[in-house]
Design a protein around this ligand. Sequence first.
Ligand code: NFS
Length: 629
Amino acid sequence: MDKKMLTIDLNSQVMIDKAEKDGVETMYDRKLAMKAQCGFGLQGNCCRICGMGPCRITPKTPRGLCGADEHTIVGRNFARMVAGGTAAHSDHARDLAHTMALSSRDGNYKIREEGKLIELAKEWDVATEGRDIYDIAHEVAEIGLMEFGKPYGVSRLLKNAPKQRQQVWKDYEIEPRAIDREIATIMHSTHIGCTSDLDSLIHMSLRTSMADGWAGSMIGTRFSDILFGTPIPRQTEANLGVLEQTKVNIVLHGHEPTLSEMIVLASEDPELVALAKEMGAEGINLAGMCCTGNEVTMRHGVRIAGDFHQQELAIITGAVEAVIVDVQCIFPALAKVADCYHTKFITTSPKAKITGSTYIEFKEEEALAIAKEIVKEAVLNFKNRDQEKVLIPELKSSATVGYSVDAIIPQLDRVVNSHIDPTGTVKPLVDCLKSGVLRGAAGVVGCNNAKGVSNEAHVTIMKELIKNDIIVVTTGCGAQAAAKFGLMDKDAAKKYAGKGLATVCELVDIPPVLHMGSCVDISRILDLVAACAKNLDMDMSDIPVVGIAPEWMSEKAVAIGCYVVASGIDTYLGIMPPITGSSRAVEILTEGLKDKVGASFTVNENCHELAATIISDIEKKRVHFEKLV
Ligand code: NFS
């Protein structure tokens, strides 16, 4: 098989060829070499939870040594994926809470959005009258930190949901308690000799995932906006073509804005810019990757180098002086790829040390000084660039990004000429959904997965949806696929959208696919859907919205899928999770949950079929919705 056929991105194809010529191994080589994957692993019925195993379920050995059957084994494995994902998102949020606790008027981290902080303080019953904004910030940070380990009570963010949905959570008993507690409890319950009941394992998985979506991720996004500013629409460009021949190229990869915000500041430091010129470069060019890329493009317009599957390919351009990473979604392979070029692969987090990298520990207390040291490493490395090894592929697309809920609302107001008399709410969006000008809304999110062709499912599904007047909001690497393929361009509506959506896009001056941020920012999508439901006095499960993860791969995505379903939003996956070893797990996740939370999963690995199912399901949902409104 031709490796290049494993991606639809033409830049990636050029880089796969270059890697071959340079003798560098990439994920695409490893994918071909891997051939058949382990069938037990794929089905989720290999148990490695205790030292008697691994036990694998076959017709001849239908139970593990302890007697666990396929339902228990699949359920436990699934639950542990949810725990991993929830831990990752929430630990990210915890770091932001610590950063807010450190914030000060003359320190590295300041409060950028006082209004948002005060709003949150009021929501959390923190006194605001006559107090110094930093005192308020520190108290709010402390309360945020308590959400991780408070001994009593449930997430204080649940009340952002419509009351009908809150009732569902109460009735089904999936209101998450302290975030760390949910993660610890599910790890305990999946230990050998605890829960064997599949219904209970899935119930716990949903409750744990709620500690991600309606606690950890929500805290992450709110605190990030308060510290670094709420995103507003801005222009950017996406794909490897944003790397520059004549500048020091720094790729920012990973997730937490605490580091990347400081690197953005450091890269503007006059001394470092002068040093870059001394080294023979014209300046410093930052380019983002994965969710760090989303964070810095949403807040600063930093251009996007690429997505999860392009991390090695960026280095293979031979034009990257440094890849700077913190946590999550970082291939350990980067160390080896970087060795083949002059690129410095700089790790910064004690939570993600990678063999073969240059480790410069990032500490929030000395944030800017460390960021400058890291940028300096990159700048000094420019002289080592071997021009003969450089090939920057040409393609890049322009995109408008930065659609936080706060930015979407005023934009939408243009639809009803209400810039004269703005509603300041989601009513214009709700009206478009009610009238059927927009048939529905879809959150298309998530990763790239080597089980499919990189970017194919994202782009196919988004194009099909917008053609059928379904507005798309997106985060994560899905957002990067949309940006790269021109779907976030203002002209995209004219080219690809159906008549209704195209009219709305023109009236309110938005692209048909809206970039809402990183994966943690799926909390923005929850906020938007909750606002629409509240405006209609309905449950979130009653409105024609769906969640889609066409190319998901990470445990974080499994947690996301679960909390989106728990929020009453039907969720469509383009990759089968490792659950097929248990017919009952498949039944509960794709059907049974409907009775409990009003939504469930649908899986189809054929993206054309999946798109058709989504469109027809949205139309079915409209029948119910139209009766209610
Ligand atoms: Ni989300 Fe972001 Fe990308 Fe997937 Fe990884 S970067 S947190 S997990 S691969 S979308």
